[in-house]
Design a protein around this ligand. Sequence first.
Ligand SMILES: [Zn+2]
Length: 293
Amino acid sequence: MSYDYKRLVEDIEKLSAKYPVIETKSIGMSVMKKPIYCLKIGDGERKLFLNGAHHGLEYLTSAFLMKFLFEFARAISGNCEFFGYDAKELGENVSLYIVPMVNPDGVDIAINGLDITNPYHQKLISSVGIHSFNKVWQSNARGVDINHNYNAGWRVVKTKPCESKYAGPYSESEPETKAMVDFIRKMDFDTLIAFHSQGKEIYYDFDGTVAENSRHLAEEMAKVSGYAVCVPTGSAAFGGCKDWFIKEFGKAGFTIEIGSGKNPLPIDMLSEIYNDNAKIILKAMEELYEKVH
Ligand SMILES: [Zn+2]
């Protein structure tokens, strides 16, 4: 099973039918005019923002975030314990906002290949020079790597559109990046976690800037998940979502690299990934909960 945009939309419909407490809205459109969905659960004054699939091949992050939402909603509705936490009480103190698939076009290219209706079809084929777009595609539908397109140390890495690491003509040039930036500015989140794959790693700094307490929280997340706390180097070190969040607001932003192996990660890794990363999310929620009390 591959988790493409169609699958995501079906899951969102199922989830909101089953748990009306979940609110869904679109925060903007992708290059190919697909709505980029955000789901909200919980009503607390503190706000945690989670997002996945900035990169096409990393669609298991979307599958994971949707699974987390299903299970968390179930625990809240049933007033159940959730990994040792009181789900309902957490939800009353912390609001969770989730954009499970920031880059729906990229995911669809990685899974289904380049769509003939893509207006950049010819251009991408001539500049990328390959016809097998699936299995390599990380960028959006016009060959820009969204997680290098944020205004945080933005710079040219590659000079033309391609499957990975082309940062775009300028920062925030892409509709997906713009949708995220506008939404984040408006919402004033306390903490942000961007899920990528793979490596079982936790990143918490931007270019030497570390938000208050985020090193400590990264270590707590590492303890519950078995993941390693890391400081990025090279091309992973700028232009990303968490980089911009840390730079812009000085608040705790994290990149979590889920699972291990080669992208795309196999779906049978989902339950292990869920187990490790649900605890990471809950650790971040617990920290915000403690700020309320
Ligand atoms: Zn990534």
